[in-house]
Ligand binder design. Structure first.
Ligand code: FAD
Length: 447
Protein backbone atom coordinates (compact mmCIF):
# COMPACT_ATOMS: atom_id res chain seq x y z
CA UNK A 1 0.00 0.00 0.00
CA UNK A 2 1.34 3.43 -0.92
CA UNK A 3 1.68 5.82 1.99
CA UNK A 4 1.79 9.55 2.63
CA UNK A 5 5.31 9.96 3.98
CA UNK A 6 6.67 13.14 5.55
CA UNK A 7 10.37 13.77 6.00
CA UNK A 8 11.54 16.54 8.31
CA UNK A 9 14.82 18.04 6.99
CA UNK A 10 16.05 18.18 3.37
CA UNK A 11 19.72 17.66 4.27
CA UNK A 12 21.84 14.93 2.74
CA UNK A 13 20.03 12.03 4.39
CA UNK A 14 16.44 13.30 4.18
CA UNK A 15 16.88 14.06 0.47
CA UNK A 16 18.32 10.61 -0.30
CA UNK A 17 15.65 8.87 1.78
CA UNK A 18 12.92 10.70 -0.14
CA UNK A 19 14.27 9.30 -3.43
CA UNK A 20 14.27 5.73 -2.11
CA UNK A 21 10.66 6.08 -0.94
CA UNK A 22 9.34 7.97 -3.98
CA UNK A 23 10.84 5.33 -6.28
CA UNK A 24 8.59 2.83 -4.52
CA UNK A 25 5.54 4.93 -5.32
CA UNK A 26 4.99 6.53 -1.90
CA UNK A 27 3.75 10.14 -1.86
CA UNK A 28 6.66 11.96 -0.20
CA UNK A 29 6.84 15.51 1.18
CA UNK A 30 9.91 17.06 2.78
CA UNK A 31 9.71 20.06 5.08
CA UNK A 32 12.96 22.01 5.41
CA UNK A 33 13.71 24.82 7.84
CA UNK A 34 16.00 26.72 5.49
CA UNK A 35 15.37 28.39 2.12
CA UNK A 36 16.25 26.40 -1.01
CA UNK A 37 20.04 26.00 -0.83
CA UNK A 38 20.22 25.65 -4.63
CA UNK A 39 19.26 29.32 -4.89
CA UNK A 40 21.16 30.69 -1.88
CA UNK A 41 24.82 30.87 -0.91
CA UNK A 42 25.63 28.37 1.86
CA UNK A 43 26.58 30.09 5.11
CA UNK A 44 30.07 29.33 6.41
CA UNK A 45 30.15 27.09 9.44
CA UNK A 46 29.26 23.60 8.18
CA UNK A 47 31.90 21.61 6.38
CA UNK A 48 32.12 22.80 2.79
CA UNK A 49 33.35 19.48 1.49
CA UNK A 50 33.00 15.92 2.73
CA UNK A 51 34.79 12.62 2.31
CA UNK A 52 32.45 10.23 0.54
CA UNK A 53 33.48 6.58 0.74
CA UNK A 54 32.21 3.14 -0.27
CA UNK A 55 29.21 2.93 2.09
CA UNK A 56 27.87 6.25 0.86
CA UNK A 57 28.60 5.38 -2.76
CA UNK A 58 26.79 2.06 -2.46
CA UNK A 59 23.68 3.83 -1.17
CA UNK A 60 23.91 6.44 -3.97
CA UNK A 61 24.41 3.68 -6.53
CA UNK A 62 21.04 2.17 -5.59
CA UNK A 63 19.33 5.37 -6.77
CA UNK A 64 21.59 5.68 -9.82
CA UNK A 65 23.62 8.67 -8.60
CA UNK A 66 27.02 7.15 -7.75
CA UNK A 67 28.68 7.70 -11.14
CA UNK A 68 27.47 11.27 -11.47
CA UNK A 69 28.69 12.14 -7.97
CA UNK A 70 32.02 10.42 -8.57
CA UNK A 71 32.47 12.56 -11.67
CA UNK A 72 32.26 15.72 -9.54
CA UNK A 73 34.47 14.38 -6.73
CA UNK A 74 38.22 14.43 -6.26
CA UNK A 75 39.82 11.09 -5.38
CA UNK A 76 42.04 11.16 -2.28
CA UNK A 77 44.36 8.14 -2.27
CA UNK A 78 45.88 8.67 1.16
CA UNK A 79 46.98 11.01 3.91
CA UNK A 80 49.62 13.56 3.04
CA UNK A 81 51.30 14.31 6.37
CA UNK A 82 52.96 17.68 7.02
CA UNK A 83 55.34 17.29 9.94
CA UNK A 84 56.44 20.04 12.29
CA UNK A 85 60.01 20.02 10.88
CA UNK A 86 58.70 20.74 7.37
CA UNK A 87 59.11 17.17 6.11
CA UNK A 88 56.16 15.43 4.47
CA UNK A 89 55.09 11.80 4.11
CA UNK A 90 52.39 10.00 2.17
CA UNK A 91 50.35 7.24 3.87
CA UNK A 92 48.13 5.40 1.38
CA UNK A 93 44.56 4.51 2.38
CA UNK A 94 43.92 0.80 1.94
CA UNK A 95 45.25 -1.05 -1.09
CA UNK A 96 46.32 0.34 -4.43
CA UNK A 97 43.28 1.65 -6.29
CA UNK A 98 41.30 2.36 -3.12
CA UNK A 99 40.47 5.97 -2.35
CA UNK A 100 37.95 8.26 -0.72
CA UNK A 101 36.28 11.16 -2.53
CA UNK A 102 36.20 14.85 -1.69
CA UNK A 103 32.77 16.20 -2.68
CA UNK A 104 31.06 19.54 -2.18
CA UNK A 105 28.26 19.34 0.40
CA UNK A 106 26.19 21.95 -1.44
CA UNK A 107 26.50 20.29 -4.86
CA UNK A 108 25.72 16.83 -3.50
CA UNK A 109 22.71 18.05 -1.50
CA UNK A 110 21.46 20.03 -4.52
CA UNK A 111 21.74 16.98 -6.83
CA UNK A 112 19.83 14.86 -4.32
CA UNK A 113 17.07 17.48 -4.14
CA UNK A 114 16.91 17.69 -7.95
CA UNK A 115 16.53 13.93 -8.27
CA UNK A 116 13.95 13.85 -5.46
CA UNK A 117 11.84 16.44 -7.29
CA UNK A 118 12.20 14.50 -10.55
CA UNK A 119 10.61 11.57 -8.71
CA UNK A 120 7.69 13.72 -7.59
CA UNK A 121 8.86 14.60 -4.06
CA UNK A 122 7.44 17.93 -2.84
CA UNK A 123 10.01 19.96 -0.93
CA UNK A 124 8.57 22.73 1.25
CA UNK A 125 11.29 25.22 2.22
CA UNK A 126 11.18 27.72 5.10
CA UNK A 127 9.15 25.24 7.18
CA UNK A 128 10.64 24.75 10.62
CA UNK A 129 9.22 21.81 12.54
CA UNK A 130 8.16 23.05 15.97
CA UNK A 131 5.98 20.26 17.39
CA UNK A 132 4.43 16.89 16.60
CA UNK A 133 1.07 15.66 17.90
CA UNK A 134 1.54 11.89 18.16
CA UNK A 135 -2.17 11.15 18.63
CA UNK A 136 -3.00 12.51 15.19
CA UNK A 137 0.48 12.35 13.61
CA UNK A 138 0.25 16.04 12.84
CA UNK A 139 3.38 18.16 12.53
CA UNK A 140 3.32 21.91 13.20
CA UNK A 141 5.68 24.24 11.38
CA UNK A 142 6.81 27.82 11.87
CA UNK A 143 7.02 29.83 8.66
CA UNK A 144 8.69 33.20 8.07
CA UNK A 145 6.65 36.22 9.26
CA UNK A 146 5.26 34.45 12.37
CA UNK A 147 3.03 32.22 10.28
CA UNK A 148 2.21 28.61 11.15
CA UNK A 149 1.21 25.51 9.19
CA UNK A 150 0.17 21.97 10.11
CA UNK A 151 0.58 18.77 8.15
CA UNK A 152 -0.85 15.32 8.81
CA UNK A 153 1.06 12.24 7.75
CA UNK A 154 0.79 8.44 7.99
CA UNK A 155 4.53 7.99 8.39
CA UNK A 156 7.09 10.57 9.57
CA UNK A 157 10.89 10.47 9.36
CA UNK A 158 13.00 12.85 11.44
CA UNK A 159 16.13 13.60 9.40
CA UNK A 160 16.69 17.07 10.81
CA UNK A 161 20.27 16.65 11.95
CA UNK A 162 22.27 16.57 15.16
CA UNK A 163 20.00 19.04 16.97
CA UNK A 164 16.81 17.43 15.69
CA UNK A 165 13.51 19.02 16.67
CA UNK A 166 11.72 15.80 15.69
CA UNK A 167 13.91 13.84 18.13
CA UNK A 168 13.16 16.34 20.87
CA UNK A 169 9.40 15.94 20.32
CA UNK A 170 9.75 12.15 20.26
CA UNK A 171 11.90 12.22 23.40
CA UNK A 172 9.57 14.45 25.38
CA UNK A 173 6.64 12.13 24.96
CA UNK A 174 8.24 8.71 24.76
CA UNK A 175 8.43 6.70 27.94
CA UNK A 176 11.93 5.34 28.72
CA UNK A 177 13.68 7.37 26.03
CA UNK A 178 17.45 7.22 26.56
CA UNK A 179 19.54 10.13 25.42
CA UNK A 180 23.13 11.27 25.74
CA UNK A 181 25.10 14.03 24.10
CA UNK A 182 28.82 14.42 24.51
CA UNK A 183 30.85 17.42 23.35
CA UNK A 184 34.58 16.90 22.84
CA UNK A 185 36.79 19.68 24.18
CA UNK A 186 37.86 20.68 20.66
CA UNK A 187 35.95 22.81 18.20
CA UNK A 188 36.68 23.57 14.56
CA UNK A 189 37.13 26.47 12.21
CA UNK A 190 37.36 26.49 8.42
CA UNK A 191 40.12 28.32 6.50
CA UNK A 192 40.98 28.39 2.79
CA UNK A 193 44.00 27.66 0.61
CA UNK A 194 43.32 29.43 -2.71
CA UNK A 195 44.73 28.34 -6.11
CA UNK A 196 48.26 29.50 -7.00
CA UNK A 197 48.84 32.61 -9.12
CA UNK A 198 48.92 30.27 -12.14
CA UNK A 199 45.44 29.00 -11.18
CA UNK A 200 46.61 25.56 -10.03
CA UNK A 201 46.17 23.55 -6.83
CA UNK A 202 48.68 24.79 -4.27
CA UNK A 203 49.43 21.26 -2.96
CA UNK A 204 49.15 17.62 -4.06
CA UNK A 205 45.50 17.35 -5.11
CA UNK A 206 44.74 13.63 -4.68
CA UNK A 207 45.26 13.46 -0.93
CA UNK A 208 43.77 14.44 2.38
CA UNK A 209 46.38 16.73 3.96
CA UNK A 210 47.02 16.56 7.69
CA UNK A 211 49.22 18.70 9.91
CA UNK A 212 49.21 16.53 13.09
CA UNK A 213 50.25 18.46 16.19
CA UNK A 214 49.38 16.11 19.09
CA UNK A 215 46.58 18.03 20.85
CA UNK A 216 45.21 19.55 17.67
CA UNK A 217 45.50 19.35 13.90
CA UNK A 218 44.82 21.09 10.64
CA UNK A 219 43.41 19.13 7.70
CA UNK A 220 42.72 20.12 4.08
CA UNK A 221 40.47 18.58 1.41
CA UNK A 222 40.59 19.63 -2.28
CA UNK A 223 37.70 21.31 -4.13
CA UNK A 224 36.97 21.33 -7.87
CA UNK A 225 37.64 25.11 -8.04
CA UNK A 226 41.29 24.32 -7.13
CA UNK A 227 40.97 25.62 -3.59
CA UNK A 228 41.46 23.51 -0.47
CA UNK A 229 39.10 23.80 2.47
CA UNK A 230 41.17 23.55 5.63
CA UNK A 231 39.70 22.70 9.01
CA UNK A 232 41.51 23.51 12.22
CA UNK A 233 40.45 21.13 15.03
CA UNK A 234 41.58 22.95 18.12
CA UNK A 235 40.91 22.96 21.91
CA UNK A 236 38.42 25.50 23.22
CA UNK A 237 40.49 26.13 26.37
CA UNK A 238 44.15 25.85 27.43
CA UNK A 239 47.49 27.38 26.41
CA UNK A 240 46.98 26.64 22.69
CA UNK A 241 43.27 27.19 22.26
CA UNK A 242 40.55 29.27 20.67
CA UNK A 243 40.08 31.15 23.94
CA UNK A 244 43.73 32.22 23.89
CA UNK A 245 44.09 33.36 20.28
CA UNK A 246 42.32 36.65 20.80
CA UNK A 247 44.42 39.10 18.78
CA UNK A 248 45.87 39.24 15.27
CA UNK A 249 49.40 39.08 16.68
CA UNK A 250 48.65 35.96 18.75
CA UNK A 251 47.10 34.21 15.75
CA UNK A 252 50.08 35.10 13.55
CA UNK A 253 52.58 33.98 16.21
CA UNK A 254 50.79 30.69 16.73
CA UNK A 255 50.36 29.81 13.05
CA UNK A 256 53.85 30.86 12.03
CA UNK A 257 55.43 28.56 14.62
CA UNK A 258 52.95 25.67 14.26
CA UNK A 259 51.87 25.63 10.61
CA UNK A 260 54.55 27.66 8.74
CA UNK A 261 54.22 25.72 5.46
CA UNK A 262 50.42 26.00 5.53
CA UNK A 263 50.22 29.75 6.12
CA UNK A 264 52.58 30.33 3.21
CA UNK A 265 49.60 29.14 1.12
CA UNK A 266 46.83 30.89 3.11
CA UNK A 267 47.04 34.65 2.53
CA UNK A 268 43.71 35.32 4.27
CA UNK A 269 44.08 33.04 7.29
CA UNK A 270 44.08 35.79 9.91
CA UNK A 271 40.92 37.44 8.57
CA UNK A 272 39.25 34.06 8.15
CA UNK A 273 40.23 33.08 11.67
CA UNK A 274 38.30 36.03 13.06
CA UNK A 275 35.43 36.05 10.53
CA UNK A 276 34.59 32.36 10.28
CA UNK A 277 32.59 30.75 13.08
CA UNK A 278 34.06 28.40 15.68
CA UNK A 279 31.81 25.35 15.86
CA UNK A 280 31.54 22.54 18.39
CA UNK A 281 31.52 18.78 17.81
CA UNK A 282 28.94 16.56 19.43
CA UNK A 283 28.19 12.85 19.66
CA UNK A 284 24.51 12.00 20.16
CA UNK A 285 23.27 8.57 21.15
CA UNK A 286 19.61 7.85 21.79
CA UNK A 287 17.05 5.06 21.89
CA UNK A 288 14.42 4.16 20.76
CA UNK A 289 14.62 5.58 17.26
CA UNK A 290 11.13 4.51 16.20
CA UNK A 291 7.50 4.72 17.26
CA UNK A 292 5.32 1.82 16.10
CA UNK A 293 4.67 2.04 12.35
CA UNK A 294 4.54 5.84 12.38
CA UNK A 295 7.87 7.47 13.08
CA UNK A 296 11.62 6.95 12.79
CA UNK A 297 14.79 8.96 13.30
CA UNK A 298 17.46 8.67 10.62
CA UNK A 299 20.91 10.15 9.89
CA UNK A 300 22.43 12.59 12.38
CA UNK A 301 19.07 12.94 14.14
CA UNK A 302 19.50 9.33 15.31
CA UNK A 303 23.30 9.21 15.68
CA UNK A 304 25.37 12.39 15.38
CA UNK A 305 29.09 11.59 15.44
CA UNK A 306 32.36 13.53 15.33
CA UNK A 307 33.85 13.83 11.81
CA UNK A 308 37.22 12.10 12.31
CA UNK A 309 36.39 8.94 10.37
CA UNK A 310 34.60 10.88 7.62
CA UNK A 311 31.55 8.67 8.16
CA UNK A 312 28.59 10.77 9.41
CA UNK A 313 27.01 11.19 5.99
CA UNK A 314 28.16 7.75 4.83
CA UNK A 315 26.46 6.21 7.87
CA UNK A 316 23.25 8.18 7.24
CA UNK A 317 23.25 7.07 3.59
CA UNK A 318 23.73 3.48 4.76
CA UNK A 319 20.67 3.90 7.05
CA UNK A 320 18.63 4.62 3.89
CA UNK A 321 19.99 1.59 2.04
CA UNK A 322 19.36 -0.77 4.96
CA UNK A 323 15.84 0.59 5.39
CA UNK A 324 15.20 0.04 1.69
CA UNK A 325 16.36 -3.58 1.94
CA UNK A 326 14.00 -4.09 4.88
CA UNK A 327 11.10 -2.73 2.81
CA UNK A 328 11.95 -5.40 0.21
CA UNK A 329 11.86 -8.02 2.93
CA UNK A 330 8.76 -7.00 4.90
CA UNK A 331 6.71 -5.33 2.18
CA UNK A 332 3.96 -3.18 3.79
CA UNK A 333 4.56 -4.23 7.38
CA UNK A 334 5.96 -0.90 8.56
CA UNK A 335 5.91 -1.79 12.26
CA UNK A 336 8.31 -4.65 11.54
CA UNK A 337 10.37 -2.64 9.04
CA UNK A 338 10.96 0.13 11.58
CA UNK A 339 11.66 -2.30 14.46
CA UNK A 340 14.18 -4.20 12.35
CA UNK A 341 15.73 -0.95 11.13
CA UNK A 342 16.50 0.20 14.67
CA UNK A 343 17.54 -3.31 15.71
CA UNK A 344 20.15 -3.39 12.93
CA UNK A 345 21.27 0.23 12.87
CA UNK A 346 21.45 1.22 16.54
CA UNK A 347 24.51 -0.99 17.32
CA UNK A 348 26.15 0.25 14.12
CA UNK A 349 25.44 3.90 14.95
CA UNK A 350 26.95 3.42 18.42
CA UNK A 351 29.98 1.64 16.95
CA UNK A 352 30.84 4.29 14.37
CA UNK A 353 30.40 6.98 17.06
CA UNK A 354 33.10 5.26 19.17
CA UNK A 355 35.35 4.58 16.17
CA UNK A 356 35.12 8.25 15.18
CA UNK A 357 36.19 9.49 18.63
CA UNK A 358 39.15 7.06 18.62
CA UNK A 359 40.25 8.21 15.17
CA UNK A 360 40.70 11.77 16.46
CA UNK A 361 43.65 10.60 18.58
CA UNK A 362 45.04 8.65 15.63
CA UNK A 363 44.85 11.58 13.21
CA UNK A 364 46.10 14.41 15.41
CA UNK A 365 48.78 12.47 17.30
CA UNK A 366 49.72 9.04 16.02
CA UNK A 367 50.08 9.84 12.28
CA UNK A 368 53.34 11.68 13.12
CA UNK A 369 54.76 8.77 15.17
CA UNK A 370 57.31 6.52 13.33
CA UNK A 371 56.22 3.49 15.38
CA UNK A 372 52.63 4.00 14.26
CA UNK A 373 53.77 4.24 10.65
CA UNK A 374 55.60 0.93 11.03
CA UNK A 375 52.45 -0.61 12.53
CA UNK A 376 50.48 0.56 9.48
CA UNK A 377 53.13 -0.94 7.18
CA UNK A 378 52.89 -4.31 8.94
CA UNK A 379 49.10 -4.23 8.75
CA UNK A 380 49.14 -3.28 5.06
CA UNK A 381 51.52 -6.18 4.34
CA UNK A 382 49.27 -8.61 6.21
CA UNK A 383 46.25 -7.31 4.31
CA UNK A 384 48.08 -7.79 0.99
CA UNK A 385 49.09 -11.36 1.81
CA UNK A 386 45.95 -12.46 3.68
CA UNK A 387 43.14 -10.19 2.47
CA UNK A 388 40.43 -12.47 3.85
CA UNK A 389 41.94 -12.65 7.32
CA UNK A 390 43.47 -9.26 8.10
CA UNK A 391 41.66 -6.09 7.09
CA UNK A 392 42.97 -2.90 8.76
CA UNK A 393 40.25 -1.15 10.78
CA UNK A 394 40.30 1.89 8.47
CA UNK A 395 39.69 -0.33 5.44
CA UNK A 396 36.85 -2.19 7.17
CA UNK A 397 35.05 1.07 7.88
CA UNK A 398 35.88 2.88 4.67
CA UNK A 399 36.16 0.30 1.90
CA UNK A 400 34.12 -2.67 3.15
CA UNK A 401 30.39 -1.85 3.24
CA UNK A 402 29.67 -5.57 3.63
CA UNK A 403 31.22 -5.39 7.14
CA UNK A 404 28.90 -3.76 9.65
CA UNK A 405 30.34 -0.91 11.74
CA UNK A 406 29.73 -2.95 14.91
CA UNK A 407 31.73 -5.83 13.43
CA UNK A 408 34.49 -3.44 12.28
CA UNK A 409 34.74 -2.09 15.84
CA UNK A 410 34.97 -5.59 17.34
CA UNK A 411 37.51 -6.88 14.80
CA UNK A 412 39.46 -3.63 14.93
CA UNK A 413 39.82 -3.86 18.72
CA UNK A 414 41.00 -7.47 18.47
CA UNK A 415 43.59 -6.55 15.80
CA UNK A 416 44.76 -3.50 17.75
CA UNK A 417 45.40 -5.62 20.86
CA UNK A 418 47.51 -8.01 18.76
CA UNK A 419 49.40 -5.13 17.15
CA UNK A 420 50.18 -3.57 20.54
CA UNK A 421 51.89 -6.84 21.52
CA UNK A 422 53.68 -6.99 18.18
CA UNK A 423 54.95 -3.42 18.44
CA UNK A 424 56.40 -4.16 21.87
CA UNK A 425 58.43 -7.11 20.54
CA UNK A 426 62.15 -6.32 20.84
CA UNK A 427 63.76 -5.73 17.42
CA UNK A 428 60.44 -5.19 15.64
CA UNK A 429 62.02 -2.41 13.52
CA UNK A 430 64.31 -5.02 11.93
CA UNK A 431 62.10 -8.13 12.02
CA UNK A 432 58.78 -6.75 10.88
CA UNK A 433 58.79 -8.77 7.67
CA UNK A 434 59.79 -12.10 9.29
CA UNK A 435 57.79 -15.29 8.70
CA UNK A 436 57.86 -16.01 12.42
CA UNK A 437 56.14 -12.75 13.27
CA UNK A 438 53.54 -13.35 10.61
CA UNK A 439 52.76 -16.82 11.95
CA UNK A 440 52.48 -15.44 15.49
CA UNK A 441 50.02 -12.74 14.38
CA UNK A 442 47.82 -15.13 12.40
CA UNK A 443 47.86 -17.61 15.27
CA UNK A 444 46.62 -14.96 17.67
CA UNK A 445 43.96 -13.86 15.23
CA UNK A 446 42.42 -17.30 14.98
CA UNK A 447 42.90 -18.31 18.62
C1 FAD B 1 33.17 19.59 10.22
C2 FAD B 1 32.42 18.38 9.73
C3 FAD B 1 33.00 17.57 8.77
C4 FAD B 1 32.31 16.45 8.32
N1 FAD B 1 32.91 15.65 7.40
C5 FAD B 1 32.29 14.52 6.98
C6 FAD B 1 32.90 13.67 6.02
O1 FAD B 1 34.00 13.94 5.55
N2 FAD B 1 32.23 12.55 5.63
C7 FAD B 1 31.02 12.22 6.14
O2 FAD B 1 30.48 11.16 5.77
N3 FAD B 1 30.41 13.01 7.06
C8 FAD B 1 31.01 14.15 7.48
N4 FAD B 1 30.40 14.97 8.39
C9 FAD B 1 29.09 14.57 8.92
C10 FAD B 1 27.96 15.00 7.99
O3 FAD B 1 28.00 16.39 7.80
C11 FAD B 1 26.62 14.61 8.62
O4 FAD B 1 26.66 13.29 9.08
C12 FAD B 1 25.51 14.74 7.58
O5 FAD B 1 25.38 16.08 7.19
C13 FAD B 1 24.20 14.23 8.20
O6 FAD B 1 23.15 14.45 7.29
P1 FAD B 1 21.67 14.66 7.85
O7 FAD B 1 20.85 14.87 6.64
O8 FAD B 1 21.33 13.59 8.80
O9 FAD B 1 21.75 16.00 8.70
P2 FAD B 1 22.03 17.48 8.19
O10 FAD B 1 22.99 17.46 7.07
O11 FAD B 1 22.37 18.26 9.41
O12 FAD B 1 20.64 17.96 7.61
C14 FAD B 1 19.55 18.23 8.44
C15 FAD B 1 18.58 19.13 7.72
O13 FAD B 1 17.44 19.34 8.55
C16 FAD B 1 17.10 20.73 8.55
N5 FAD B 1 16.43 21.04 9.82
C17 FAD B 1 17.00 21.16 11.04
N6 FAD B 1 16.06 21.45 11.97
C18 FAD B 1 14.87 21.47 11.32
C19 FAD B 1 13.52 21.72 11.72
N7 FAD B 1 13.23 22.00 13.00
N8 FAD B 1 12.55 21.66 10.80
C20 FAD B 1 12.82 21.40 9.48
N9 FAD B 1 14.10 21.18 9.04
C21 FAD B 1 15.10 21.21 9.94
C22 FAD B 1 18.44 21.43 8.37
O14 FAD B 1 18.28 22.74 7.89
C23 FAD B 1 19.14 20.50 7.39
O15 FAD B 1 18.86 20.83 6.06
C24 FAD B 1 31.04 16.12 8.85
C25 FAD B 1 30.46 16.95 9.81
C26 FAD B 1 31.15 18.07 10.24
C27 FAD B 1 30.49 18.93 11.28
Amino acid sequence: MKKDVTIIGAGLVGSLLSIYLAKRGHRVSIFERRPDMRKEKIAAGRSINLALSDRGLLALDKVGLADEIKSISIPMHGRHIHNMDGSTAFQPYGKEGQFINSVSRGTLNGKLMDLAEQHGVQIHFNHKCSSIDWKTNTISFELPGSQFAAHHSQLIFGSDGAFSAARMQHQLQHDKFNYSQYYIDCGYKELTIPPTAAGEFAMEVNALHIWPRKDYMLIALPNLDKTFTCTLFFPFEGPASFSNLTTKEKVQDFFSTTFPDAIALMPEYVNEFFNNPTSSLVTVKCFPWVREDQFALIGDAAHAIVPFFGQGMNCGFEDCRVLDELIDKYDDDWATILQQYQFLRKPDGDAIADLAINNFTEMRDRTADPKFLLQKKIEARLHDKYPGQWIPAYSQVTFSPQIRYSEALRRGQQQEAIMQEVMNTPGIEENWQSEELEKMILGKLTS
